[in-house]
Design a binder for this molecule. Structure first.
Ligand code: ARG
Length: 578
């Protein structure tokens, strides 16, 4: 639609200039003013003429009437003046002869903007904390992060995806103590990450105690854990070995989930990697006179910016989460020369990011404004909040497994002879969760309802994957057939389908601008609805008129490309059969 808008804008501009030769107006400005009318019955695009009243010194009604009279371009079917608006209909021939061939030629690259050419983006996402549960609260950072990556790649950016593993910190001291106390090599090998989480939860509960029920907090255990972490930091070989082992067990487990989602990372450099990179930044802060000592701790005062201080060093000199983030950003800038660094986390971390972004600015790094935090709302499952430390959590892998199981059940009824059922069930089950999650604006809090997510008839993943499979099966039927060259759009359903596809690039740009994958999810729904209407209204494989038949088969093929492309932008697997 961007090309179409541009053409219409040129036509309007031509007319405007003939009326007022010195009107200071560009085609781009006019294109930016074109709107989608609320009701398709009014037209495909509308131009609000009051925006020209001043330049042309006429009333909007007059301007609309004048423009409507003389506007012509290959992409315009009709232009009508209504209440100061110019309502424009797009030509069916243009859709058939220009838009459709372009999609067929570019296939899944259709709609790709080029705004990212020559630019580099680093994305920090997923980043679970090792040995703590990988729960459904991480779904957001994982799928929003990956989707943003795909969107940027689609727009021509070079991307580097970093899984900034939470692989360092006092939790390892706790885990080491718990392992020695209650664990064993065999038990961990057998139980994997679940065993580690169990040990972690157990020691946390022991340390906290249950004062209400007369069980006091265990300060000695806490002290022991701190001491083991300190040993680890000092390079104690035995502890280091345990730590490496714990990390690798966790990674193996995460990778199973990433595989299900079709997600890969370019780097797993976690927090531990930055241990030796922090002192230089701390020194820089000190040299710049930015560090203040507050009750023994080193902080950067941010009161001038209405924020609490950013903590850099604890009283015992150990570093903190912001210290590591600052060092990591400096390293990444030098290493990857990014034009933009995106961090996807829950909105609970907004303050953390605002604080250390500010510190980076105060340190004089001129790329501070290339740092972008993309927050998202909380996730709960049918009302139950998900806490990390208590063990009372829904693990992502369990949620996926449950969805896959349910899909298998539905499919056994719907399509008992399906070949490769397990694989399809995984694609649809995981896809249902992802799609449901990404249908909402990211900042909204989400309450998961599995029944809704898995429904085949709602605005769901299964519904759109089914639509994709439907297009594939039509194409399968007519495979190898030679089609008439001529193409003609002869009904509204065909035209609407093409008009939706023509909007793809604009939607991608909006999704990028707002860091909002849900824009793509909604586009997919619009496209699925348009295709299904077309499918029900028009004969395709049974059509006998050769031009109609050729056009409709090609429309189906085009839908497959655009849907497939949009699926990959939101981590939704393409399913040739459902
Ligand atoms: N590991 C952190 C957590 O689970 C998220 C890390 C986000 N990335 C960052 N650079 N701070 O809360």
């Amino acid at each position: 639609m961007l090309t179409i808008k541009k053409r219409i804008a040129e036509a309007i501009l031509g007319k405007v200039l003939s009326l007022a030769p010195d009107a200071a107006l560009t085609a781009d400005e006019i294109a930016g003013l074109l709107e989608y009318p609320p009701d398709a019955g009014m037209g495909d695009l509308a131009f609000p003429c009051f925006r020209l009243s001043k330049a042309l010194r006429r009333s909007p009604v007059q301007i609309a009437a004048t423009l409507a009279e003389a506007l012509s371009d290959a992409c315009i079917e009709s232009a009508e003046a209504v209440n100061g608006y110019l309502n424009i209909r797009i030509s069916k021939d243009y859709l058939a002869l220009t838009v459709l061939p372009e999609i067929l030629e570019k296939k899944e690259a259709y709609g790709a903007p080029s705004v990212g050419q020559g630019k580099m983006v680093v994305l920090d996402y997923s980043s679970p904390n090792v040995a703590k549960p990988f729960h459904i609260g991480h779904l957001g950072t994982t799928v929003i992060g990956h989707s943003l990556r795909k969107l940027h790649e689609f727009a021509g950016y070079r991307c580097y995806g970093i899984n900034y593993l939470g692989d360092w910190g006092t939790q390892f001291g706790k885990l080491i103590v718990a392992y020695r106390k209650w664990g064993s090599r065999e038990a961990v090998i057998e139980g994997g990450i679940d065993k580690l989480v169990e040990l972690y939860v157990r020691i946390n509960n022991a340390i906290k105690g249950d004062p209400e029920n007369g069980i006091p907090a265990d300060e000695a255990l806490a002290e022991e854990s701190r001491a083991e972490f300190h040993k680890l930091e000092m390079g104690d070989e035995e502890n280091l070995e345990l730590w490496r082992w714990f990390v690798s067990i966790s990674l193996e487990e995460y990778e199973k989930t990433y595989r299900q989602l079709g997600i890969t990372f370019d780097s797993y450099k976690g927090e531990s990697f930055y241990t030796d990179k922090m002192p230089a930044e701390v020194q820089k802060l000190r040299d710049a006179g930015l560090l203040k000592i507050d009750d023994g701790a080193s902080i950067v005062d941010l009161s001038e910016y209405n924020m609490p201080p950013c903590l850099i060093l604890k009283r015992d000199g150990s570093t903190l989460y912001p210290t590591r983030d600052i060092a990591a950003a400096v390293y990444r800038k030098a290493e990857y020369q990014f034009d933009k660094a995106i961090y996807v986390t829950s909105s609970q971390q907004c303050l953390h990011f605002a604080q250390w972004f500010k510190v980076v600015e105060l340190m004089g790094y001129d790329w501070y404004d290339q740092l972008v935090h993309v927050p998202y709302g909380t996730v709960s499952l049918n009302g139950a909040k998900l806490a990390t430390r208590t063990g009372n959590v829904v693990l992502l892998k369990d949620l996926f497994a449950l969805a896959i199981e349910k899909v298998k059940g539905i499919m056994a009824e719907k399509n008992p002879d399906l070949v490769g059922r397990d694989d399809v069930a995984e694609a649809v089950g995981v896809g249902a969760i992802v799609f449901y999650y990404l249908t909402n604006n990211r900042i909204k809090d989400i309450n998961f309802n599995l029944e809704d997510a898995l429904s085949f008839d709602g605005n769901t993943g299964p519904y759109v994957q089914y639509t994709y499979a439907r297009a594939c099966s039509v194409l399968e039927k007519v495979k190898g057939e030679s089609l008439a060259d001529e193409m003609k759009v002869t009904c509204e359903e065909e035209a609407t389908l093409l008009k939706v596809m023509a909007q793809y690039e604009e939607r991608v740009l909006t999704a990028l601008r707002d860091y909002e994958p849900s824009v793509i999810t909604r586009f997919i729904l619009d496209l699925a609805v348009a295709f299904n209407k077309f499918y029900h209204a028009c004969r395709i494989a049974t059509e006998t008129d050769s031009v109609k038949r050729a056009t409709r088969i090609r429309l189906t093929e085009a839908t497959k490309h655009v849907l497939g492309s949009a699926f990959s932008l939101i981590c939704l697997r393409k399913t040739e059969r459902v």
